[in-house]
Design a protein around this ligand. Structure first.
Ligand code: KG4
Ligand code: ZN
Length: 348
């Protein structure tokens, strides 16, 4: 079937793995014709509420698809394929996207391919920076993940490290709560840290003195809580919060940068590709730029919109899957756990 062979030409991407609903139209795996992200308002509950997230996806998705097609000036019948996040994530949220994609694909008579959300983060920098040189190291740092991966090409991965407990973004969010800042905590700590002294508090750099490329952030959280308790009762002076934010951030950035450089040295990588919401962090970007420059390694960081959860990266990987000969899967199922999502996350 001619349409199948060309399924990657004009792809509708759908992302509903967590709380953001996103839709994109991507042409030939390179040109983003439209890209919409509807972020949920967390002010009421101070975090993600799974039931509310899936209900919001259900309500928003049809409207977003209609608007994305309108903005792309594409009629539904012109689409050649659909790419939808199938794993990992909140199961109730994933199911909404997968069910919508299957129904829409069936109605249009075009193939639907399931995309792994973490795999999409590994490659999201390609949307703006083009094809990565290989071998590359990818660092995915988000609210749910801290993954360090050797990428030898599309589909060819070796897991190097991940977190033993909290994800880097989760640590940012928990510390922000402790310091009385809003959710999500990353952007706020990023801002406050710019006014603080990174050496004001002597905080641990978990797992830095050990071999291996895993991370751990729960001990750092305890250290910040202890440091704060020693300062007495709230309300705390602004300067203290700024200093603690800066000291905490310095510890996180240190661990991420040092392990990323170790990964680059161990693999001979020519590029470091970033993904995930924490990749928006200004201090992390600055530090990695210095370290990569010193080693002659290309640092490829997406713009903030493409760092966080987005459908453009889903459409990108979907287009590559179609180009590789994927004919779609009418039986597609949502899978919540990364361990069961088909990526080679086990290490020796
Ligand atoms: O990738 P993402 O939008 O969603 C998932 O978790 O999948 O990442 C959200 C995470 C949150 O934990 C948020 O606090 C963190 O990214 N984040 C940041 C910054 N912007 C967002 N962390 C540090 N610095 C930032 N500028
Ligand atoms: Zn994500």
């Amino acid at each position: 079937m001619a349409a199948m062979r060309d399924a990657g030409r004009l792809v509708l991407g759908i992302e509903t793995s967590c709380d953001d609903t996103s839709v994109a139209v991507l042409e030939r795996g390179t040109t983003l014709r439209s890209h919409l992200i509807a972020a949920q308002d967390h002010r009421l509950y101070g975090g993600v509420v799974p039931e509310l997230a899936s209900r919001a996806h259900l309500e928003l998705l049809p409207k977003l698809v209609e608007r994305a097609l309108h903005e792309a000036k594409v009629a539904p019948g012109e689409l050649t394929g659909i790419a939808v996040t199938r794993a990992p994530g909140l199961v109730g949220s994933l199911v909404v996207g997968v069910a919508f994609a299957k129904a829409y694909g069936l109605a249009l008579g075009i193939p639907v391919t399931g995309v792994n959300h973490i795999e999409a983060h590994l490659h999201s920098s390609a949307l703006e920076h083009g094809q990565s040189p290989y071998p590359a190291v990818a660092l995915v740092v988000s609210g749910g993940h801290t993954e360090l991966v050797e990428v030898r090409g599309f589909g060819d991965y070796r897991w190097l490290g991940s977190t033993r407990d909290d994800a880097a973004g989760e640590a940012y969010d928990k510390i922000a709560k402790l310091l009385g800042l809003g959710f999500p905590g990353g952007p706020e700590i990023d801002r406050r840290a710019a006014n603080g002294r990174p050496d004001a508090f002597d905080l641990p750099r978990p797992m830095l003195d050990r071999p291996g490329l895993d991370f751990s952030y729960s001990g750092l959280k305890t250290a910040v809580a202890t440091a704060l308790r020693k300062q007495g009762e709230p309300p705390y002076p602004v300067g203290l919060i700024d200093d603690l934010a800066a000291s905490f951030q310095a510890a996180v950035v240190d661990t991420l940068a040092v392990k990323s450089m170790r990964a680059i040295e161990a693999t001979g990588a020519r590029a470091l590709n970033l993904g995930g919401g924490v990749a928006c962090n200004r201090e992390l970007r600055r530090r990695l730029a210095v370290e990569c420059e010193a080693r002659g390694v290309a640092l490829r960081i997406p713009t903030p919109r493409l760092c966080a959860d987005n459908a453009a990266m889903i459409a990108l990987v979907g287009a590559w899957q179609f180009d590789r000969g994927d004919v779609g899967d009418p039986e597609l199922d949502a899978v919540a756990a990364l361990e069961e999502s088909g990526l080679p996350i086990l290490r020796d």
